[in-house]
Design a protein around this ligand. Structure first.
Ligand SMILES: CC(C)(COP(=O)(O)OP(=O)(O)OC[C@H]1O[C@@H](n2cnc3c(N)ncnc32)[C@H](O)[C@@H]1OP(=O)(O)O)[C@@H](O)C(=O)NCCC(=O)NCCS
Length: 166
């Protein structure tokens, strides 16, 4: 497992607030679960998904903290067999959206993926999730293809990809 060079990173959001991005901890799980249920009311990840990532993917599970509160999370992984980074999930608390927090989390994940030697990032997004699709487009992701029936309710996934700059 590669060592993290900078375990805690500080950013400033669009409103000048200090945003700390750090690895998720076990005591963050209640706040993360609350954000998840608000962000994905129809299909939130169950808590065990977060516990699994805490144990098995601790370097790929980050939170954004503002004034001591967790306001967003991102889970990413690297897939050596595909030679790419992969965004598993991202969500920001509705009260904290459109302030750049999601962008901060994505940039930090991309930075860490690049540090591990990968220059391609892929992700899936529900076809109907226009807000997230716009968000990813703004970050430089392009539609690669569609995968019908990808989600358990039958919805099509849009597969998006970004080549990271060296
Ligand atoms: C997608 C999400 C993580 C974005 O987080 P955020 O902190 O609001 O994102 P940012 O503030 O960094 O947004 C950056 C830009 O992305 C675009 N964007 C973000 N959310 C958008 C939306 N709902 N509709 C259209 N464009 C959007 C905008 O261009 C925005 O810049 P602007 O506010 O100056 O117009 C957040 O809306 C969320 O948690 N959604 C629910 C969960 C989800 O859908 N996750 C992705 C699953 S694949």
């Amino acid at each position: 497992m590669p060592q993290e060079v900078r375990p805690v990173v500080e950013y400033t959001d669009r409103e000048g607030r200090r945003v700390i991005v750090r690895r998720a901890r076990r005591d963050d799980i209640p706040e993360i679960t609350e954000i998840e249920e608000l962000a994905f009311p129809k299909s939130p990840y169950p808590t065990y998904v977060f516990l699994y990532n805490l144990s098995n993917n601790p370097d790929g599970f980050l939170v954004a903290e503002v004034s001591g509160r967790v306001v967003g999370y991102i889970i990413f992984e690297t897939r050596p067999w595909l030679n790419e980074g992969h965004i598993v999930s991202i969500a920001v608390h509705p009260d904290h959206r459109r302030r750049g927090i999601g962008t901060i989390l994505m940039k930090e994940a991309e930075r860490r993926i690049a540090e591990r030697g990968y220059d391609v990032v892929r992700l899936e997004v529900r076809e109907s999730n226009f807000g997230a699709r716009r968000f990813y487009e703004r970050l430089g992701y392009e539609v690669e293809r569609r995968e019908p029936g990808y989600y358990s309710d039958g919805e099509t996934a849009v597969i998006m990809v970004k080549r990271l700059r060296k």
